[in-house]
Design a binder for this molecule. Structure first.
Ligand code: F6P
Length: 558
């Protein structure tokens, strides 16, 4: 397969780009009353308005040619049909099987994975029901009131943001608390709110080797044992989700308390597996299933819709258009929904860990841009913080605006105000405000010509800043499942076009390995400082710090 920039369709897009790069969206809208009708689409209850992009019909046709020539459709089918598309780890990529609610067989190495998937779902359902109805109890016979969910990265972000986004659906039986960071302040603050007799600990780590998660679980265990519980009580309180059954057993987790996942589930794609257990505990199993069914609906759409109507494909191609032709280096994700405030961080891991790569599976080094920096925050807050730069800064930042049409809490006209801000931003980004308009306004205010000439350029909005708007009826488990799956597939489409493997993450390894060596040096002053001058100096500085550590477990004793 040729590299992206060697494709015929890439060359055609480049020639086209030189013709349209300066076309203003203002003019495109003025010339075409049907622009919205043509450049908006709907699937799985999500309406995508992509009319506010710097594209013409020809741009779109060329982008769809690119998708075809890069083999998006074939590679999509390879993924769904369990081909080992994660080539560097020789693994299939089957998070879609986890939400395959129609139970269509998915054959991997001659075996259907669905019976195993269903068995784990059944185990999760039973477990959640027992915790909620109080038949599963702590070591003193009390029902669980709290769940301490420990994990990091993909074993944390999905469960955390979904639980937060679906707050109105939370079950009243238990409250779920998340701990990710190895910074002791995080677990300190959470444990301070909990009681050993009524706390269930769910440790989520696909590898069971992630330092932060193992350390936090050890600390939780110390807290548990130093506040009245015995070692034999661990079996009532500690649950683990992992693919490393041996390590979990060695840690002391009872066999029956281990929820397995498989090597064909990538960390950042794992919330649909038993890694989603904290979600099911927080929201109830039926809501977890609704989340899966929403994602499944998007899978069916991605798999079957023609490219020109395929929302993940459209979003992926628009991203490529800005990154590889307009040199955009970042993508803003702006949910206009307070409960969805964690979504930018979720997409950040999903996208940046998947597509932050510069080599192909064949070992070719790329000389073109790949994954962008993903960032964002909830609207309207960002408008009063960083939108200035999106409107008037010197870099182009495409933005996705996400808005549920109905609020979880209809209070006075709050939601109309929120929506007006969302739509107002995309309008301003698109149309801007010309120098002539600004000058007229300043003139009407009675400013002198000298003042007008000085102030006017500062008030000009160039406009022509691209955005997508994604609307859906209401934030429900089903709609959130579809939304997340949409971004997963968008990232996949881009990875295919760039010719990279979106499913490994070798780039996180080096820092982890060096960190282990540094930890040894921080804890043992007799070890020689044999690294570079900066790292040696930082270690020495830490060794000489004023040690204010107090006995952690004693401090958080209940
Ligand atoms: O450090 C990155 C990473 O490997 C992610 O891909 C993963 O989601 C996270 O760490 C946690 O990994 P685990 O579930 O194995 O603890």
């Amino acid at each position: 397969m040729s590299l992206f920039t060697q494709l015929k369709s890439y060359q055609a897009l480049q020639a086209h780009f030189s013709k349209v790069e300066n076309v203003h969206m203002r003019d495109l809208f003025a010339a075409d009353q049907q622009r919205f009708n043509r450049l908006s689409t709907n699937a799985c209850g999500i309406e995508l308005d992509y009319s506010k992009n710097r594209i013409t019909d020809e741009t779109l046709q060329l982008l769809f040619d690119l998708a075809r020539e890069a083999g998006v459709e074939e590679k999509r089918d390879d993924m769904f049909s369990a081909k080992k598309v994660n080539t560097s780890e020789n693994r299939a990529v089957l998070h879609t099987a986890l939400r395959n609610i129609a139970n269509i067989p998915v054959m991997l190495n001659g075996q259907d994975v669905m019976p195993e998937v269903n068995a784990v779902l059944k185990k999760m359902q039973l477990f959640v029901e027992q915790v909620h109805n109080g038949t599963r109890q702590g070591y003193t016979g009390k029902s669980f009131t709290d769940v301490l969910a420990i994990g990091i990265g993909g074993s944390f972000l999905g469960p955390k943001i979904i639980t937060e986004a679906l707050k109105p659906y939370q079950n009243s039986a238990v409250k779920v608390h998340f701990v990710a960071n190895v910074d002791g302040s995080h677990i300190h603050d959470v444990l301070a709110k909990l009681h050993v007799e009524t706390t269930l600990v769910v440790m989520s780590s696909k590898s069971f080797g992630t330092q932060e998660t193992v350390k936090n679980t050890e600390t939780a265990k110390e807290w548990f044992l130093s506040n009245g519980a015995e070692f034999t009580d661990i079996k009532n309180h500690f649950i683990c989700v992992s693919s490393n059954i041996a390590a979990a057993t060695e840690f002391g987790i009872a066999q029956d308390n281990i929820f397995p996942i498989w090597d064909w589930v990538g960390g950042r794609y794992s919330l649909w597996s038993a890694i989603g257990l904290p979600i099911a505990l927080a929201l109830g199993f039926d809501n977890f299933k609704a989340l899966l069914s929403g994602a499944n609906e998007m899978d069916v759409h991605f798999r079957t819709a023609p490219l020109a109507e395929n929302i993940p494909v459209i979003l992926g191609l628009l991203g490529i258009w800005y990154i590889n032709f307009f040199d955009a280096q970042s993508q803003a994700i702006l949910p206009y929904d307070h409960y969805l405030r964690g979504f930018p961080a979720y997409v950040q891991q999903l996208d940046m860990e998947s597509n932050g790569k510069m080599a192909t599976p064949n070992g070719d080094c790329l000389d073109y841009a790949t994954g962008p920096v993903i960032w964002g925050a909830e609207g309207c807050n960002g408008q009063h913080a960083f939108h200035q730069l999106i409107h008037q800064g010197s870099v182009l930042i495409p933005a996705d605006f996400i808005l549920p049409l109905n609020s979880q809490h209809e209070m006075s006209n709050h939601h109309a105000m929120l929506a007006s801000n969302c739509f107002g931003q995309t309008q301003a980004l698109m149309q801007g405000k010309s120098l002539a308009q600004v000058k007229t306004e300043l003139d009407e205010l009675g400013l002198t010509e000298e003042e007008i000439n000085r102030i006017a350029p500062q008030k000009v909005f160039e406009g022509n800043k691209p955005s997508n708007t994604l609307l859906f009826d209401k934030m429900t488990p089903h709609s959130l499942g579809s939304l997340i799956a949409l971004y997963e597939h968008k990232v996949f489409v881009q990875g295919i076009i760039w010719g990279i493997n979106s499913f490994d993450q070798w780039g996180v390894e080096l820092g982890k390995v060096l960190g282990i060596d540094i930890l040894a040096k921080l804890e043992d002053s007799s070890l020689a400082l044999d690294s570079d001058a900066s790292t040696n100096a930082l270690i020495a500085r830490f060794r000489n710090r004023k040690n204010t550590e107090v006995d952690f477990v004693e401090k958080i004793a209940v």
